[in-house]
Ligand binder design. Structure first.
Ligand SMILES: Cc1ncc(COP(=O)(O)O)c(C=O)c1O
Length: 413
């Protein structure tokens, strides 16, 4: 329900111009201005996303809700759980939506991200990165003190001993999963005997409680073509399944065997023992994922809809074949493929300059843009783009429904 029947623009139009302040343009509402229009959570006035100050990060609610529902339906059908990775959205409101629709918890990449989520009401958290410094280990243990469902990863015996000592010094028992390397040699311990021995050590250490294992096969998520992706990830995760067997045969818990991602979400249930998938990007999608192709569409990964966009304004249209916008590397990152102009073909976008984006018209371009026009971009890669903004606008049918704080933005420590 709207508390005022008249929009701000109507109000300005119907009041004597001398008596009120008139903005030079109705376009370009800042985040603070939009936020001020909410009273008790109710938007006092309809604002179109096209009237926002730019660059602006927007999430389309129909697409977001559809993506979350699609993931929940698929995981339910496949008899597996979801533990979405919150490093993608860094936004407690979205984490809560995931929890409310049946996810068993969320994942985070950093201890500071875990703290931000917990401070905003999310209390089932799996930290997928091993902490190695005294500072981070202590912060994680402090969080465990107040958050009973906080679980952390370890990937070496020395680290497990450090975790146990820290837990004992604080009079707590910390819940731990063993991070197993899927073959990328980035993080995790070698599957098989090394992983088993680490799990046995965790099980014996007085400050720790073993909860299972995790194995995230990042190297397979963006393999193009469903069949190639499926065969690669199933063969790479086979060693983790054998490690799962070793745990079971040794009487160790495998209550948690977490892994998988957006590219393999409808494959991961075939990995023996896997309990839940750590899907991140599916909520937003991005240009990197659109290109990998899906089971039903080999060219475009259309299982999930692009929900996250950047609005940018054209600043200069004076030069042949191009236009310049206000969204460069600081608004879009320099990840590849570049951001894409939503709904356009024959027009490319790049963001190599710090402050400026470049629109280039190809021979089949359907239109050109003028100074002051707003352009909507599908993001290149969602995670690092989100980390550039303090808030995102939640949009339905082009109207601003809410402004969401990206509370874990910048929480990289
Ligand atoms: C450990 C871990 N789990 C899950 C994910 C989520 O992956 P995706 O965005 O492909 O769903 C990531 C992303 O890099 C990750 O590092």
């Amino acid at each position: 329900m709207h508390h005022t029947s008249m929009s701000r623009r109507r109000f300005l139009q119907t009041t004597s111009a001398a008596a009120v302040w008139l903005p030079t343009s109705v376009r370009g509402y800042s985040a603070n201005e939009v936020q001020a229009l909410f009273v008790d959570g109710e938007m006092q006035q309809d604002i179109s996303k096209w009237e926002l100050d730019t660059p602006a990060l927007c999430v389309d609610l129909d697409a977001l809700e559809g993506n979350i529902a699609k993931m929940q339906n698929t995981t339910a059908l496949n008899g597996i759980a979801s533990r979405p990775h919150a490093k993608t959205h860094k936004t407690p409101v979205i984490a809560q939506m995931q929890m409310d629709t049946g996810s068993v918890g969320i994942c985070v990449a950093k201890v500071s991200e875990a703290e931000a989520m917990f401070q905003n009401g999310i209390d089932k958290i799996l930290l997928t990165t091993t902490n190695v410094t005294a500072t981070k280990i202590r912060r994680a243990m402090k969080l465990r003190e107040v958050c009973g469902d906080f679980i952390q990863a370890t990937d070496s015996p020395d680290n497990a001993r450090l975790l146990s000592e820290a837990a004992i010094s604080m009079n707590i028992i910390a819940d731990v999963v063993v991070d197993v390397d899927p073959g990328g040699n980035r993080t995790g311990i070698t599957p098989g005997q090394p992983a088993l021995q680490l799990a046995q050590l965790v099980d014996q250490l007085p400050g720790l409680r073993l909860r299972g294992l995790l194995c995230y096969d990042g190297g397979s998520q963006h393999v193009k073509g469903f069949d190639q992706r499926r065969s690669q990830t199933l063969s790479r995760l086979n060693a983790a399944s054998e490690t799962y067997d070793l745990f079971n045969n040794s009487g160790l818990t495998t209550e948690i065997f977490s892994g998988g991602g957006t590219g393999t979400y409808n494959i991961d249930h075939e990995t023996r023992g896997l309990t839940d998938i750590q899907v991140g990007s599916y909520v937003f999608m991005d240009a990197q994922y659109i290109d990998i192709g899906g089971e039903s569409n080999n060219e475009i990964y259309s299982d999930f809809q692009p929900a996250l966009t950047i609005l940018t304004t054209v600043l200069n249209d004076q030069y042949e074949g191009r236009a310049t916008t206000d969204a460069g590397a600081k608004a879009c990152t320099i990840n590849r493929p570049w951001s894409r102009i939503k709904g356009e073909t024959g027009i490319s976008y790049s963001s190599g300059s710090d402050e400026f984006g470049t629109i280039r018209y190809e021979s089949d371009a359907s239109r050109t843009y003028k100074v002051g026009d707003t352009v909507e971009l599908i993001v290149s890669h969602c995670d690092p783009v989100v980390n550039l903004y303090n808030q995102m606008y939640a949009i339905r049918n082009d109207k601003v429904e809410a402004v969401w704080q990206i509370s874990a933005r910048g929480m990289s420590a």
